[in-house]
Write a protein that binds this ligand. Structure first.
Ligand code: NAD
Length: 364
């Protein structure tokens, strides 16, 4: 089988790093687009050393039996792919209702990494978690960079500095990593989530859990949060308003799968913050948790810095590529044994992630 690795068009990460190519090239021919890993410091010579063939983009697209990229290629390039090839990427069918139909029209089989179920046996394949964890870490570092204050408490000859107060909204994978990182930097941390399951995790990291009673927690949502009632949202806003006016840094990570992110911070709340405070909105690409957020921009609103960025993982491209590659390796080990393909639809991982099979859209 020919396995192709594409260079990302607008991202410094690469989906597969040389250490995985070494395993793949034992039973397959591996084609890597020239300079695919260069921005993440994995060079063509490193790939060649472990058995890959360096090719131009059109060769990888048109000759691979199985092709891999982090972001899906543009629709025009889908036409270049080999008929009946397998394409692994994050197609985000929840956000793009058309994508499965488009992929099917090119006679492909599409395995969508973002559709791998969030179950224990699939944890080692979960790119969403790997990338969210990096984003949470990087969000705190970004905030520290823009904050005109120290994070830790300091006692100096010139006086004492109290620790910064950090509020984390949404304590999923990114939020928990943000809590851990802010704690390591010495801040006092509070966190809020609608899922009560998050309470224990927040507390185990040494942060205070801010609780709003009456949250709707949906077991059938596969661990994801669900939309809350208007009454709950009102209560939540009042509490966040109070907490935010005392915080130096707010990091927001709240997402609702396939929907617009919940609005948690209104313009009035930003205006109630102290001058110099910082908000990092990791939900910026799905509408933002903060009313004044501008996606992919840093703005100053009423002396508060608001950073809208959902792609912080790609700013740590070396480790992000390493984790991404390991997740894909673990995923491919499920259906690729000794170079032979076996897509078992009884397996929940394949059942959920295979959104298109040989040109047929599958219900997910
Ligand atoms: P996510 O990115 O979908 O959302 C981030 C967080 O925002 C979540 O904790 C969510 O509850 C929270 N949120 C949503 N609406 C909110 C609101 N109005 N106010 C406050 N917080 C709000 O979440 P995620 O990090 O991808 O995690 C989703 C779920 O998957 C979690 O239950 C997590 O524990 C679980 N998970 C399981 C595995 C596994 O077992 N393989 C791996 C990773 C995550």
């Amino acid at each position: 089988m020919k396995i192709g690795v594409l260079k990302e068009q607008n991202d410094a990460r690469v989906a597969i790093i040389p250490v995985f190519v070494k395993q793949l090239s034992e039973k397959n021919e591996v084609l890597v687009q020239s300079d695919a890993g260069r921005s993440a410091f994995y060079y063509d010579e490193d790939y060649e050393e472990v058995g890959a063939k360096i090719c131009d983009r059109s060769t990888v697209l048109s000759t691979s039996d199985l092709i891999i990229s982090i972001y899906p290629v543009e629709k025009a390039e889908l036409a270049l792919l080999k008929k009946n090839c397998i394409y692994i990427s994050s197609f985000q069918p929840f956000a793009d209702a058309e994508i499965s139909g488009v992929l099917a029209s090119y006679q492909l089989t599409a395995l969508s990494l973002d559709m791998i179920p969030r179950i224990t046996i699939a944890q080692a394949m979960d790119v969403l978690s790997s990338m969210a964890s990096i984003s949470g870490y990087k969000a705190v570092l970004k905030a520290a960079e823009f904050l005109p204050r120290y994070f830790p408490m300091l006692t100096t000859a010139a006086g004492s500095i109290p620790p910064s107060k950090v509020l984390i909204l949404g304590a999923g994978v990114a939020g928990l990593q943000a809590i851990a990182t802010a704690k390591r930097l010495g801040a006092v941390v509070e966190a809020f989530d609608t899922r009560l399951a998050a309470k224990e995790e927040v507390q185990s990291l040494g942060a205070k859990f801010v609780e709003v009673e009456g949250a709707k927690d949906e077991k059938s949502a596969g661990g994801y949060a669900v939309e809350q009632t208007e009454e709950y949202k009102e209560k939540q806003r009042a509490l966040i308003h109070d907490k935010i006016s005392k915080a130096d840094v707010v990091i927001t990570t709240a997402q609702l799968r396939g929907k617009k992110a919940p609005l948690l911070i209104t313009k009035a709340m930003v205006e109630a913050m102290r001058p110099g405070s910082v908000i990092v909105d990791l939900a910026a690409s799905s509408g933002g948790n903060c009313e004044v957020t501008k996606n992919k921009a840093v703005i100053i609103h009423n002396n508060v810095t608001v950073i809208g960025n959902s792609d912080l993982a790609s700013e740590m491209h070396m480790h992000a590529s390493q984790l991404y590659s390991k997740n894909i390796q673990n995923f491919m080990n499920v259906f690729l044994k000794d170079g032979a393909l076996n897509l078992d639809f009884e397996n929940p991982i394949i059942k959920s992630s295979c959104i298109v099979y040989n040109g047929e859209v599958r219900s997910t």
